[in-house]
Design a protein around this ligand. Structure first.
Ligand SMILES: [Zn+2]
Length: 189
């Protein structure tokens, strides 16, 4: 853990500077929480635990997700589509930003994004992860359908879907570097 101490919220500073550290969970606790969260998701859209591991591999560290709790690290708004922001020279992931902050059209006061780049969530948490270079939007993992189509990795599929698609040899999922070649299942109904 780093020596960072959360500061009182200020509109002149990145929102993430005021966030408390997330509790440090064991893998078992995380798994239990994942299962509990997925209970509220429609069975057709549920993410398996193995799919969740792919998520973590792709976008960094679970502590980053827990720290952000769906909030933009700069403006602090939640409910926005977040993207992983990284240093374009080193490739290191800094944190997750809403689209408007990421394109500098943000609602932040001037200078807040500069402060964020100096002291960002990865630095606060002491995490060193590198951007995968695929331009994957963070929100993609909330939908196994999209993730599967983009990666072609069957680990994304819920078990029931896996059976269904294994019986469709005429359909192949897209590769990561190519465009998705798989029609959405609805096309076949
Ligand atoms: Zn923002």
């Amino acid at each position: 853990m780093t020596t960072w101490t959360p500061r009182p919220p200020s509109p002149d500073e990145p929102a993430c500077w005021s966030w408390p550290f997330p509790p440090v969970l064991t893998d078992e606790e995380r798994r239990a929480r994942h299962d509990a969260e997925q209970e509220h998701v429609h069975p057709d859209e549920r993410l398996t635990w193995s799919a969740m591991q792919l998520v973590l591999k792709g976008i960094g560290d679970i502590r980053m997700i827990e720290f952000h709790a769906d909030r933009c690290a700069a403006c602090g708004r939640s409910g926005e589509h977040l993207v992983d922001d990284h240093d374009h020279f080193t490739g290191r992931i800094r944190g997750f930003l809403c689209r408007s902050c990421n394109t500098l059209e943000g609602v932040c006061r001037p200078g807040v994004l500069d402060l964020y780049r100096e002291t960002h969530p990865a630095k606060i948490l002491g995490i060193e992860k590198y951007y995968t270079g695929r331009g994957w939007p963070l929100g993609w993992w909330q939908n196994w359908r999209t993730a599967w189509r983009l990666t072609g990795n069957e680990a994304w599929l819920p078990p029931a879907e896996l059976e269904k698609w294994r019986n469709r040899p005429d359909v192949t999922a897209g590769g990561m570097l190519g465009m998705p070649t798989t029609p959405t299942p609805n096309h076949h109904r």
